[in-house]
Ligand binder design. Sequence first.
Ligand code: FAD
Length: 323
Amino acid sequence: MSYPENSILVLVDVDPAGNAASSTAALIGAAAAVGSPVALVVGGAQAAVDAAAAAGASVVLTAQGDDAALTVPIVDALQAAAEKVRPDAVLISNSITGRDVAGRFAVRTKSALSADAIGVSRDEEGIVAHHSVYGGAYLVDSAPTYGAAVITVRQGAVDARAEAVAAPVVEALEVAPSGAIAAKAGAVEAVEVASSRPDLRGATRVVSGGRGLASKEKFALVEELADALGAAVGASRAAVDAGYIPQSHQVGQTGVSVSPQLYVALGISGAIQHRAGMQTSKTIVAINKDAEAPIFDVADFGIVGDLFTIVPQIIAALEARKK
Ligand code: FAD
């Protein structure tokens, strides 16, 4: 079949259960704003194909996955898809798997790689990726001088959504294995996550706590507010280093980058390394007893005061509204 001239190839992140990750709608939304989204689902269930179509992909390519051989089969499929579709750009989630795939694919196809974009646009020369760098202090653009850019897109950063396509074309892709050396998973063990909270990456609301929480026991207040808001829980590095919460919750330069609709910072000073991971949040609320704390420089709403006095009142007000 022939593909639209302005195709944008979107790699759908697929979870171990075969479902499309929550980043799918934003990736396809970003692609639709600059071209015609063609989605690639590797090793996904029918639900992942349906999700890509519902998110606005006019064509969904499917390929077999291999759970044991990490990443390489996805890169093989992406290469096969790119050779067929000849896209103007390839959009990939800036997830752990996405970053790995994007790097390998870019090297293999000698393409330019734009990492951690917060948006894309098109000018007369092609696709441009937009980035927030140095802790959100600068916005920079990147574009390849030749070929299609490979762009990883920060989860939660893109608000654009595309219309669902009435009759998307679903096509099975033939992939010749490259034989590239692949790390193999020796054993995979499913770990039940007891938490009903959303995952930090891609969450629409995040409540984070810092050193101001003062102890692991008191950090529970962050979790209480997160639950009242239906939010994911984040933390500063100081809170992680103090053992209040595991490192997987760390937001910032050496942690997770988030771009939620709402980011609430409790007892966090707002060091540049923390801001690097949250400054692109749409609305930032900060509670800190130090009126000079740098977090207030990036906050849309700030409360100067003791979080142990303020946060319980906010939780009570939120609970009262639910009744
Ligand atoms: P602090 O800076 O100690 O701030 C605590 C704040 O809590 C203060 O502003 C204080 O006024 C307030 N407070 C105290 N008690 C209360 C109260 N009762 N009510 C209200 N407010 C209160 N940091 C990250 O977060 N993420 C990273 O990824 C990261 N990566 C780093 C990488 C490198 C290479 C380096 C050098 C540093 C990195 N850091 C990172 C550390 C960063 O520089 C800061 O040290 C850290 O973010 C500080 O955490 P904090 O704001 O919780 O603590």
